[in-house]
Design a protein around this ligand. Structure first.
Ligand SMILES: *Cc1c(COP(=O)(O)O)cnc(C)c1O
Length: 365
């Protein structure tokens, strides 16, 4: 059994993917061409935004948004303490200061009350991360920052297609960054990412900034970077986008099965199921237990692969320790110590889902 299988997505879509890649190679055009334009149009339509701009990866997409908002040294950007480190890295790269906020123990997403309490005169943006595929309540966050000049920039790298009342991740904030890293719910065969927004000025600036700060060839209005999506990844992503919702439904089905079959396991905290299943696209299914290391070891013996997302809190990493020597984010720290991701994804058969369940039950007995 695989924890995740990028290979599976190729196996089931081999023909259309081979055709899309071959056509791209035949076209003789590998960057900033029709395939990127098509994917951008389709992904914007999927998210329900006016614009999508292809990017080289999720981190570059997030950075481009912040840079396009002219966020930089002296500014503060509120981020979840518990996330993948790229959320913080994007802020640091602009020269602004990441201001971490502890997690809500129920959702494992950013605690919105604490986020509101962390706003200062220097706060320019808040980055809610829809961690593990559960959407942060950006509607509530919007209310909390109403009337202030603070941008809400979604980190939607783990939440393609998740929605609140029919509004999808990517369309909930002022702008959003997506990753199409191969293992994400919508994954390329290499690195890729995108920015979505309804703000045409921002979209243009993100596009130019990601192309050497160049609105037209050999005109450079500001110091940009090279952070573009390539045509092969765009062609592959267009093929996969057509099946994303089907794969998401399978993830949701597996999550419901885990929930039903594991909820009476003593000492095991399951991820909360939201009342509205559309809010969760289950990039990861993360359980928590004080017996985490023992559970992981037992499951490995039983042939059930698991991963820890994420084992070391970001404020304790070498990259950030010096900046936050005295900080404590007790909920984020507790999650790091107790969390374990079970296999989830469209590659799993019902038989494998059953083996995961039996394995967890046996291991905790
Ligand atoms: C994957 C991920 C990123 C970074 O995306 P890359 O494409 O790997 O650069 C950012 N934030 C979160 C929450 C992620 O999971």
């Amino acid at each position: 059994m695989d924890f995740l299988s990028v290979r599976y997505t190729y196996d089931v879509l081999r023909e259309p993917i081979d055709r899309a890649v071959a056509e791209t190679l035949d076209s003789g055009w590998y960057l900033r061409g029709d395939r990127t334009v098509t994917f951008e149009r389709d992904f914007a339509a999927y998210c329900g935004t006016r614009f999508a701009v292809g990017s080289s990866n999720g981190l570059d997409a997030l950075y481009a948004i912040l840079a396009a908002y002219r966020i930089g040294p002296g500014d503060e950007v509120i981020v979840p303490a518990h996330t993948f480190i790229a959320t913080w890295l994007a802020v640091s790269r602009t020269g602004a200061t990441p201001v971490p906020v502890d997690a809500d123990p129920a959702t494992m997403n950013m605690d919105l009350g604490k986020a509101a309490a962390s706003i200062t005169g220097r706060t320019r943006a808040i980055i809610p991360v829809h961690l593990y595929g559960t959407v942060t309540d950006v509607v509530a966050l919007r209310r909390a920052v109403a009337g202030r000049d603070i941008r809400i920039v979604e980190d939607a790298a783990q939440a393609h297609g998740a929605a609140i009342d029919g509004v999808r991740a990517g369309a909930l904030g002022d702008a959003a960054a997506f990753s199409f890293y191969p293992g994400k719910n919508l994954g390329a065969f290499g690195d890729a990412g995108a920015v979505t927004t309804d703000d045409g000025e921002l979209a243009t600036r993100v596009r130019d900034l990601s192309n050497y700060g160049s609105p037209e060839k050999y005109v450079h209005d500001y110091v940009g970077v090279n952070a573009r999506m390539d045509e092969i990844q765009a062609a592959v992503l267009s093929v996969k986008l057509a099946v994303l919702d089907e794969w998401t439904r399978r993830r949701q089905e597996i999550a419901r099965t885990y929930d039903a079959e594991l909820k009476d396991c003593a000492g095991l905290t399951l991820p909360e199921l939201e009342d509205d299943p559309a809010r969760q696209v289950w990039h990861l299914y993360v359980v928590r237990t004080a017996e985490r290391d023992r559970l992981a070891a037992r499951l490995e013996e039983l042939g059930v692969p698991t991963i820890i997302h994420y084992p070391v809190p970001i404020h304790r990493q070498g990259a950030y320790r010096a900046l936050f020597p005295d900080s404590s984010f007790p909920v984020a720290e507790a999650i790091s110590e107790t969390c374990l991701s079970l296999p989830i994804g469209p590659h799993l058969t019902n038989e494998e889902v059953g083996r995961v369940i039996d394995g967890v039950r046996a291991a905790l007995r």
